[in-house]
Design a binder for this molecule. Structure first.
Ligand code: NAD
Length: 479
């Protein structure tokens, strides 16, 4: 018997959760449910996180959380409970299978069967944002080696467990050579440990276009957080409907399972909503807790029900569907099909032996780190980079000189183009006057002191390092 935490959520949440629990219990799931309240009511009671401390305790004790969609009230600084839960509980992997059920659910891609493995904690979703000048705000994109290793390894282990043939990586490392570059590099390293699984890398733009056009060319696709967020919705939609997809959020100790759609408030309380997305999440949960045969039974009964043409309004189509049913009736039909397998759609077979468990991350020996220079970011309302350069040259030290100024990444000094549009946010790069020599932290303090005296508004600094002799920062565009 496994204790799980259940949140019925808002809008259509309670109806689809009742339907989902009824189906998996009828199939023999050995679960005991602790119900917690999260979402709209909790937000509106004055708790801006949407969840109480007692509910956190329950989630952490049970370690397995099945969550219906919730409504995040607009405005008023309410924090997204999904993002908070993923990060608090270290749910680093988001797994979203997207497959078509042609000809029973309309799709332009009858042969599509892909799984998006999305990194779930890092990237721009660290949510570290600042306004720095009148005109410019920034969001820090953080990518870590442990984050990359865990998600990429998870993708390959998933491929092994589910008998998949290929793992594809999507990044934009032609532009973001450090952040996406690390993700790609770790992918190449870990792929070598799985010689039986094919691997490939696509630049995200053309990869996404290919996925939307020819999804049957892909199998498992692993990618950083933001790309995964966007493309997993695209994949679910082109497979048939976002209403049919579920997702698993997996961490080292806890896991959360859900539908990918929202709380559809306009459909709430009418016995109309399709419970399939949440049911797909629950099936992933059953596999996760080792109740693999129950998961298999539910999935086959669900496929049979879709194949029988018993459809809720969202996927109902004259000529294909045989009955338009409500949430409850759909659940009853799935329950009646338990023990049966689809005849035309591919029946599933889940293996019991290979539940995914990853080795603990081991930190590498630290690299030799050298300070090669510093970028001072400056708020300056002028227009001419040459004029700014003459001001900035005034704060140079004997050993540390201005080597370049960029504006939004593009080099504007020396030898900038007058056509380049400039904002009030400038990066001034300083390096040792003797080519290849390091600078010291003391030099940075002296530069900042001189900047302050000269009324130069430094809004932040970034140190320029080399790790094991390899410069680890981007050049200016056009440099
Ligand atoms: P939504 O997914 O709730 O609805 C989009 C459309 O799909 C609507 O037309 C809806 O009727 C339909 N739909 C969604 N699920 C369906 C189902 N199971 N059966 C039949 N039709 C279904 O997206 P939205 O309208 O943008 O958001 C509504 C609320 O949900 C917002 O408050 C949003 O913050 C929240 N939301 C929550 C989650 C979550 O908890 N995981 C995810 C996304 C959105």
């Amino acid at each position: 018997m496994q204790r799980i935490t259940v949140a019925k959520g808002d809008g259509i949440g309670p109806e689809i959760m009742d339907a989902t629990l009824a189906i998996i219990k009828a199939a023999g799931a050995q679960i005991e449910v602790d119900e917690i309240e999260v979402g709209e009511k909790v937000y509106l009671s004055g708790n801006s996180s949407g969840i109480s401390k007692e509910s956190w305790d329950t989630i952490r004790r049970n370690k397995v959380f099945l969550k219906a969609p919730i409504t995040t009230p607009q405005g008023g600084g309410y924090k997204s409970l999904n993002v908070t839960t993923r990060k608090f509980l270290g749910l680093y992997a988001n797994i979203r299978p997207c497959f078509s059920m042609h000809p029973y659910v309309s799709t332009k891609h009858p042969k599509m069967d892909i799984v998006i493995v999305r990194e779930n904690e890092e990237d721009l979703y660290a949510g570290i944002e600042h306004q720095q000048t009148d005109e410019v705000v920034q969001c820090l994109k953080l990518i870590s080696r442990p984050g990359c290793e865990k998600i990429v390894r998870y993708a390959f282990e998933y491929a092994l467990q589910y008998g998949r043939k290929k793992v594809t990586c999507f990044t934009k490392d032609n532009i973001m050579k450090q952040t996406d570059g690390l993700f790609h590099q770790v992918f190449d390293e870990i792929a070598k440990e799985y010689p039986d699984i094919e691997n490939e890398h696509w630049i995200i733009d053309i990869g996404a276009a290919k996925m939307a056009d020819t999804p049957e060319a892909f199998d498992v696709i692993v990618m950083p957080n933001l790309y995964g967020d966007v493309l997993s919705d695209v994949a679910a939609q082109i497979a048939g409907s976002v209403g049919l997809a579920g997702s698993a959020n997996i961490g080292e100790t806890c896991a959360m399972f859900e539908a990918i759609h929202g709380s559809a408030p306009r459909r709430a309380g009418q016995n109309m909503a399709n419970p399939s997305g949440l049911l797909q999440g629950a099936i992933q949960m059953l596999i996760h807790i080792g109740q693999v045969k129950v998961a298999e039974k539910v999935q086959n009964a669900w496929l049979k029900t879709i194949e029988d043409g018993i459809h809720t309004y969202d996927i109902y189509k004259e000529g294909v569907s045989t009955q338009k049913v409500g949430t409850r009736e759909f659940a009853e039909a799935v329950i009646a099909n338990l023990g049966q397998v689809p005849s035309s759609l591919q029946a599933v077979h889940y293996s019991e032996e290979k539940l995914i468990s990853l080795p603990k991350y081991t930190r590498r020996a630290p690299a030799k780190k050298e300070l090669l220079g510093v970028d001072l970011f400056v708020h300056w309302p002028g227009q001419s980079a040459d004029e700014l350069a003459s001001i900035i040259k005034g704060i140079e030290l004997d050993e540390v000189k201005l080597s370049m100024i960029t504006n939004r990444g593009i080099k504007v000094y020396p030898d900038g183009f007058p056509e380049t549009f400039c904002t009030d946010h400038w990066r001034c790069r300083f390096k040792n006057a003797s080519e290849g020599q390091n600078i010291s932290k003391e030099h940075i303090l002296q530069l900042l002191q001189r900047a302050m005296t000269a009324n130069v508004d430094v809004i932040k600094t970034e140190n320029l390092y080399a790790f094991d002799g390899k410069p680890a920062f981007s050049l200016g565009q056009g440099q």
